[in-house]
Design a protein around this ligand. Structure first.
Ligand SMILES: NC(=O)c1ccc[n+]([C@@H]2O[C@H](COP(=O)([O-])OP(=O)(O)OC[C@H]3O[C@@H](n4cnc5c(N)ncnc54)[C@H](O)[C@@H]3O)[C@@H](O)[C@H]2O)c1
Length: 274
């Protein structure tokens, strides 16, 4: 039975990926900042019928000790980590770069970039000992060079994650570690992430124009998670990019937007803080 470790997985994409792994009989270690939210998430995951187990471990990805502790915990519970996903992330306040506080810039870079770098480094140290495993990082706005006022620091970190993950894949191949490294590209998901900044400290007021784009291109995270997890379970190639919202799919969504009226932001939305 395989084991996956997912950072930032008490809610959102990480939590939805954990559900899909469970349905596929993969042991899951969820991790996040808050123990109570993790315990609730574990309970919900255990309602899914599976031959596999779920464990949780508090881990703040801005601490390398916390990440090492998560690795040690997963090893103690399941011996081997087969898949490691650096998923934890925070959004930034909707401001131009020069209006951000230095502490806000630090948090975005520490979680979204350095957290994934140290997560990858420590997971690679562990997996390369066994000469097998897979490490995935999450792309996002900016990974493909897109720019928009209010997303520049987040975009800087995601652009860097793309380069970093490709570079790590190359180094892994050259050193013949036996570990594959890849990118997950989830497109736009209707999660708390798009309406909160800096880990729920700030609210983001989406403009009507942004809501319109999200209604066309966005998806709930369960839909995206199913696609990404099935892609990871099939993938055996190093340097893979598992991409949900391809350019083709985005163009099709715009072309058919007139027939497919979607409203994620109206009454009854699932967009809620857990
Ligand atoms: N929502 C989108 O449209 C979108 C699009 C592209 C990429 N992404 C990326 O997908 C990933 C998941 O996003 P989401 O939409 O599920 O967001 P989310 O806000 O719903 O979930 C993020 C999780 O990360 C956790 N987290 C935050 N800081 C942390 C830290 N220091 N240590 C550990 N955990 C921490 C949060 O507590 C939360 O549970 C992120 O990497 C994000 O950048 C999101």
């Amino acid at each position: 039975m395989k084991t996956v470790v997912i950072t930032g997985s008490a809610r959102g994409l990480g939590f939805e990926m954990a559900k899909v792994f469970r349905r596929n009989n993969v042991n899951v270690v969820i991790s996040d900042l808050n123990e109570e939210k993790l315990a609730n998430a574990k309970k919900e995951l255990e309602e899914i019928e599976s031959e596999a187990q779920v464990k949780y471990c508090v881990c703040n990805v801005t601490s390398s000790e916390n990440i090492q502790n998560l690795i040690d915990f997963a090893k103690k519970e399941f011996e081997v980590i087969d898949i490691w996903i650096n998923n934890a992330g925070v959004n930034q306040p909707e401001k131009p770069i020069w209006e951000l506080e230095e502490s806000e810039i630090d948090l975005v870079l520490d979680v979204d970039l350095k957290g994934a770098i140290i997560g990858s480094k420590l997971a690679m140290e562990e997996m390369s000992k066994n000469k097998k495993g897979a490490i995935y990082n999450i792309e996002g706005y900016g990974s493909n060079d897109a720019m928009m006022l209010g997303l520049s620091m987040y975009g800087t970190s995601k652009r860097a994650i793309t380069y970093f993950t490709q570079a790590l894949a190359k180094e892994s191949e050259e050193r013949q570690t036996g570990v594959i490294v890849g990118r997950l590209s989830p497109g736009i998901m209707i999660t708390d992430f798009i309406v909160t900044a800096l880990g729920d400290k700030d609210k983001i007021q989406l403009s009507d124009k942004t809501k319109k784009v999200y209604n066309i291109l966005g998806d709930y995270p369960d839909v995206v998670a199913k696609f990404l997890v099935e892609g990871m379970l099939k993938n055996e190639k190093n340097n893979a990019k598992i991409e949900w919202l391809t350019n083709r799919k985005a163009a099709w969504r715009f072309m058919t937007a007139g027939f497919n009226k979607r409203d994620f932001f109206g009454d009854g939305t699932k967009l809620l803080n857990k």
